[in-house]
Design a protein around this ligand. Sequence first.
Ligand code: AGP
Length: 369
Amino acid sequence: EAIEKGGYDHFMLKEIFEQPRSIADSMRGRVNSQEEILQLGGLRDYMDKLALAKRIIIVGCGTSWHAGLVAEYVFEELARIPVEVEYASEFRYRNPIIHADDFVIAISQSGETADTLAAIQLAKSKGATIFGVCNVVGSSIARETHAGAYTHAGPEIGVASTKAFTAQVTVLTQMAVAMAHKRGTITEELYRQLLLDLSAIPQKVEQVLKAADRIKEIAYIFTYARNFIYLGRGLNFPVALEGALKLKEISYIHAEGYPAAEMKHGPIALIDEDMPVVFIATKDSSYEKIVSNIQEVKARKGRVIAIVTEGDTLIPGMVDFVIEVPETHEVLIPLLSSIPLQLLSYYIAVMRGRNVDQPRNLAKSVTVE
Ligand code: AGP
């Protein structure tokens, strides 16, 4: 087992550090920024249908559902197609409205999640085309879907999903860019820029990982916090949800993720000097708004950890702790901003003496309904 962990203390840490490679693998043979090519083999026969689709429905559970929420923003922003993201477990029991020209994307690391499998079968029975985004090759979901794209993240052993999440987001983003290009909803210039920016992500992830020691110090300070709030806007809202889920599942600390603007509709009542608040506050279209959300929390003595874009000079002066991520195109930010949150959860869980790779009550794949 020690050999399999490759010198890391836990599989989760190894998998977090594998992300520059796993993200690159999820683009290998698909993105070629020099030749300006983006091709997803599994999508080829469905590209025309996808380009004409009226609606995309995304189904998944847990972290895979969070990847779906990120994809909703990216598809709508670039390809201008309406997207609905559903918990597979709710979708399947709700008599959902599905049309034959809907394109359903099922996301699953394991490819064995019972609720996601059942949601696919239901959508299939209504005539929809189902596309799978799975990590495990030959899994039940990969076989049940009409077509798909593997995430190629490699085996994920830690129960808490890390590299599978970023690979899912990378594949879904490639789909959105390909679709936007086909539909003509992005300019050639933006298309080229996105391919370049995608290709640069692995090296930028490498850079984020260099903050591990600094994140460890922050984790030390908050090891015994009883609660955490994670706030983000836009694309960073699903990142907030994912950060909170990661912390809950491996450290057993109660954590909530919210869209930052929703704070004033309730959660703000929780804020005092004992409440750590993680803001995912990168430079994007909601930057100014999130700056005022940070002020609201600081005015109530909340302790703020902020994930910011490198070179930000404003937020560091307002908050208690800062973790920087490099600049990238707005739709790619979750691929960078989610990584410090994985490390923060990991180090807090280790410091609390938790069984990081196999947290209590959880299984790597949930094959029961
Ligand atoms: C993630 O850290 C969790 N362990 C869990 O939420 C997981 O993402 C969910 O069970 C879905 O699994 P799947 O991707 O294999 O379908």
